[in-house]
Write a protein of this length. Structure first.
Length: 336
């Protein structure tokens, strides 16, 4: 998906206090994490996690996995060479440990949100620095991260390789190398490739499939495929979604829904929210129909903190909970 910028809060401090004072109901069936044997997670940002008690409370109640939204990206943790900022990542990992959550690490090698100083490096030095980055970040959290998105968004829509700095200077082999370095850095973590617009069977998901099959044949330590699942109701639900999950599972890897949201054209109304709910239920059901689909994670759980409106003007309301942390029809469709 496109560049993910740090969250800009869209509510005033007074509004936050007002919302915090409201009781936020749970489903009669119980929290999401209690109705499934899959990991059920949300992307989180350190800011609201630390400053908004109601946000933290609902997150803690409903989910058993968290994905740092920006806090583990290379540009954040090492903006200048050799100068590290682990504050946000540490906060999220510590929260997870204190509250019995697992963590999905996101992401190690990505064409976006990497530090600008990489642009000055030649091929050999970039290779060395990338290995060092993986060792440093994974080493810091060794044994504390359940799964890592090792490489992220490496294909174009037509299935060709994205001409990222890593592709251009390190060649096709940067993917296999990254997975090998990651396994050495933390042998206990599950290692994933992750991408968007790969929900159905298409040129891009075919490219991911063929690469994963090739990596497995080479003995490269890849454990899973992350399907981001950023959907929009106006484009229809991918009819081959479950079939796509099944074919990846047949390769002998796990599958994770890593960044699910379903945006609608604003303003929202009951019909649009009902359609959104149908989409979420189809995602949930498809994952539960395939034994190796092990995770259902949303890219944020509340419309209060969603990347969608800032990226897709005129669209939004993409999450399971509204801005007041009230469960929407999508939530109750999954968890009646």
């Amino acid at each position: 998906m496109m560049l993910r910028l740090p969250r800009v809060l869209t509510i005033t401090a007074a509004a936050a206090v007002m919302v915090s004072s409201q009781a936020v109901p749970a489903s009669a069936a119980g929290p999401l994490k209690d109705i499934t044997n899959r990991y059920v997670g949300s992307a989180v940002a350190a800011g609201p996690l630390g400053s908004q008690a109601d946000y933290r409370s609902v997150l803690t109640r409903e989910f058993d996995s968290v994905t740092p939204e920006n806090e583990m990206k290379w540009a954040v943790v090492e903006p200048n060479r050799g100068q590290f900022n682990w504050s946000g990542a540490d906060q999220i990992v510590n929260y997870a440990q204190q509250n019995g959550k697992t963590v999905r690490g996101h992401t190690l090698v990505w064409h976006s949100q990497y530090p600008g100083w990489l642009n000055n490096l030649g091929s050999a030095e970039l290779r060395s620095v990338t290995q060092q980055h993986i060792n440093t970040e994974m080493g810091r959290y060794r044994g504390r991260i359940r799964a890592w998105d090792v490489v992220n968004e490496i294909f174009n829509e037509d299935g060709s390789r994205r001409q990222s700095i890593f592709q251009q200077r390190m060649g096709d082999g940067f993917v296999a190398d990254s997975f090998r370095w990651a396994r050495a850095a933390d042998p206990s973590a599950k290692l994933y490739i992750n991408d968007y617009n790969t929900e159905g069977i298409n040129a891009k998901s075919n490219a991911v499939y063929n690469l994963v099959r090739s990596l497995k044949q080479q003995g490269v330590p890849i454990d899973g495929v992350g399907i981001q699942t950023h959907l929009a109701t106006q484009y229809g639900f991918p009819s081959s979604f479950r079939q796509n999950i099944e074919r990846f599972a047949a390769l002998g890897v796990d599958v994770a829904i890593t960044e699910a949201d379903v945006r609608i054209q604003l303003p929202a109304d009951s019909n649009k929210l009902n359609q959104q709910a149908n989409y979420y239920k189809q995602i949930w059901d498809a994952c539960h129909a395939v034994s190796r689909c092990v995770e259902f994670t949303t890219w944020g759980y509340t419309d209060r903190h969603s990347w969608v409106p800032g990226t897709f003007p005129g669209e939004g309301a993409a999450c399971l909970f509204d801005a007041n942390l009230r469960p929407k029809p999508a939530y109750t469709r999954i968890n009646p």
